[in-house]
Design a binder for this molecule. Structure first.
Ligand code: PCA
Length: 204
């Protein structure tokens, strides 16, 4: 059994839904062959989110960590390649704090790459007829923050870890007029496939 830690985020910026939370809740109830799945929903708060993630990694000792977040405006499931050492929020986090121009890790490297097999994941998701692609920016808000903090914390270990941004869901269309959406069912399937690919690559 491969131990996989999967996280999503609570809604933020006044929204009532976050697809990443819905995906985590849907997969929590599902059996994935060969996978012992641990899930959590993180607060959209700069420091607390990365502290909680580090705590969960210690607690579950996972082989694979996949963090999910919403990216309004994206039309495909976006496999992030790189996290940068910069917090620069254009909006307040859920604790009301706006962090600007701050390094995430003082004197840390400028960037850290994903260790997930993202090209294999994109190919496997596309093979199921679901829109997926690589992305080279996770932004500078809380998603990039936990992505960088995680890659820094897990550097030099055998744990495969990375971040996937997901599109808005149809249920959010009224709040985000004109932006692309993807059904929750497709998003859940995409992340399930990504977990399977990571577990297979880890075993190989
Ligand atoms: N998306 C935000 C933070 C939480 C989320 O789901 C981001 O892209 O930073």
């Amino acid at each position: 059994m491969k131990r996989v830690l999967l996280t999503g985020f609570e809604p933020f910026a006044g929204a009532s839904l976050n697809p990443s939370e819905q995906i985590v809740n849907a997969l929590k109830a599902r059996q994935i062959e060969g996978v012992e799945l641990h899930t959590a929903v993180l607060p959209v708060v700069f420091t607390e989110s990365s502290e909680l993630l580090r705590h969960l990694i210690k607690l579950h000792n996972p082989d694979v960590v996949i963090c999910l977040g919403q990216a309004e405006g994206r039309s495909e499931v976006s496999f992030e390649r790189v996290a940068i050492n910069l917090d620069d929020a254009r909006l307040a986090d859920n604790a009301g704090r706006t962090v600007t121009d701050q390094p995430i890790v003082e004197d840390g490297p400028e960037a850290k790459f994903t260790t997930l097999p993202v090209k294999e994941m994109v190919a496997a998701v596309r093979a199921e007829g679901i829109a997926a692609g690589l992305s080279t920016t996770a932004g500078t808000f809380v998603c990039n923050h936990i992505f960088y903090a995680m890659q820094h914390a897990l550097a030099g270990t055998s744990v495969l870890s990375g971040f996937i941004h997901v599109p808005l869901m149809a249920e959010q269309a009224a709040d985000f007029a004109g932006l692309p959406t993807m059904t929750l069912d497709q998003q859940v399937r995409a992340i399930e496939i990504a977990i399977r690919v990571a577990a297979e690559v880890w075993s190989a």
